[in-house]
Design a protein around this ligand. Structure first.
Ligand SMILES: Cc1cc2nc3c(=O)[nH]c(=O)nc-3n(C[C@H](O)[C@H](O)[C@H](O)COP(=O)(O)OP(=O)(O)OC[C@H]3O[C@@H](n4cnc5c(N)ncnc54)[C@H](O)[C@@H]3O)c2cc1C
Length: 377
């Protein structure tokens, strides 16, 4: 049985671990803490213009055409949806079509996949209906009047604010205090749909949750469901920081975590970008565990003369720097050669794409799915 070690407990690492386990590998997942995955708004962006991916995009480097990428994404997405459903998180949507959903401030945001509790709030379905936006007495982090106004102006929805009370909130309550509490009763409220801040339990039939604008309940629930998903897949999950990897002759043998040596046949690096800790930026961006090549626009970031000048003006370009892989997701060393034949990389640690763009979860999902399955072979 192939032993696979996945490093990183975000979407990419958890999907890689579950996919490798599904294909018969003995899988260990080492993860340090929740990463960017736990910060998502509640709306997953999966697929953009697959036929027009830029040259250095990680999915372009897989050597598949848009049809091939689309069909692998469909497979990965349907596996994720069914795994998460079994783990208690129901997601609704598909990779082919994005809807628009309002966040807590009323701004419309595109998403392919949302929790079932968010789905009824798709803005085109709300047009022509009276929508109440619930403001909770004592919680001042958002203003239901302003949210309703933004939904009217930006989303074209007939929205209005409605004040409600949640029992036994502490003085100076914040949004986090709402988590898991019962949604307030809405007796006599004349609205066809009701928008709630995220986090409350037991929404009424016509109720839905808004997307979060800061770390919030959607990310927390997703992270918990991912942990339950890998456990159900039979993955050994260790909450520990990997501080080094050992190997020779172009093959890795073991990862070092605390005083443990985690020996494996295949490795997946899914350590995320700056929030996850997979990339570190001091003067230049580098990959801290193995010193793998960090590339920007096809050349090593360390030798680029243009990158530091652009970054001097604004930080945007640094967010496109990251690992570059061959067509089997094996990361390259700075000299452009495959660094280790039994190491694959997945998710936000890869460069050449915008984590905040239209494939925010699409790249981690597909690369995690493929890296896990290829590692199990
Ligand atoms: C603030 C923010 C909000 C976002 N919101 C959205 C959104 O609403 N919708 C959307 O589609 N996309 C969104 N994105 C993009 C999306 O969240 C990321 O692309 C995705 O979560 C990346 O997943 P990942 O698994 O690659 O990395 P991460 O989720 O960052 O996971 C990295 C993991 O690696 C672990 N790790 C790192 N180093 C080590 C080590 N040495 N040892 C052990 N473990 C280690 C970390 O602890 C973490 O568990 C957002 C991104 C950010 C930054």
């Amino acid at each position: 049985m192939t032993r696979v070690l996945v490093i990183g407990g975000g979407l990419a690492g958890c999907v890689a671990a579950a996919a490798a386990a599904r294909d018969g590998a003995e899988v260990t997942l080492a993860w340090r803490a929740p990463g960017a995955t736990a910060l998502y708004s509640g709306g997953m962006e999966i697929a953009g213009e697959l036929a027009r991916l830029p040259e250095g995009h990680p999915l372009c480097r897989l050597g598949m055409d848009a049809m091939g990428i689309g069909s692998e994404l469909d497979d990965a997405l349907s596996a994720l949806v069914s795994w998460l459903q079994r783990a208690g998180l129901e997601l609704v949507g598909n990779a082919r079509r994005a809807g628009l959903y309002a966040d807590l401030l009323g701004r419309p945001r595109p998403a392919n996949l949302v929790p079932a509790s968010v789905a009824p709030g798709e803005l085109s379905n709300l047009r022509g209906r009276r929508v109440a936006v619930v403001g909770i007495e004592g919680v001042s982090e958002y203003d239901a009047e302003s949210t309703a106004e933004a939904m009217r102006e930006l989303g074209g929805v007939d929205a209005f604010a409605h004040a409600a009370e949640v029992a036994d909130l502490p003085p100076g309550a914040s949004l986090t205090d709402l988590y898991g509490r019962a949604a307030p009763a809405l007796r006599g409220l004349r609205a066809e749909a009701v928008a709630f801040p995220p986090g409350l339990a037991g929404l009424p039939d016509r109720g839905f949750e808004l997307l979060a604008v800061a770390p919030g309940p959607h990310g927390h629930r997703l992270q918990q469901a991912l942990e339950a998903m890998v456990a159900a897949a039979g993955v050994r999950s260790l909450q520990t920081a990997v501080h080094g990897l050992e190997g020779e002759a172009g093959r890795l043998r073991a990862a070092l975590a605390g005083d443990q040596e985690l020996v494996a046949d295949s490795f997946v690096l899914a350590t995320g970008r700056f929030i996850g800790g997979g990339l570190v930026k001091r003067r230049r961006t580098h990959e801290p565990l193995l010193g793998l090549g960090v590339f920007w626009e096809g050349e090593p970031a360390a030798v680029s003369r243009r990158l530091p000048r652009l970054e001097y003006l604004e930080p945007g370009p640094a967010f496109q720097a990251g690992l570059m892989t061959d067509d089997r997701l094996r990361p390259l060393a700075a000299d452009g050669r495959v660094a280790f034949e039994n190491l694959r990389a997945a998710g936000a640690v890869l460069g050449g794409w915008d984590e905040g763009g239209e494939m925010g979860f699409g790249v981690p999902l597909l690369t995690g799915w493929l890296a896990g399955r290829w590692s199990a072979m």
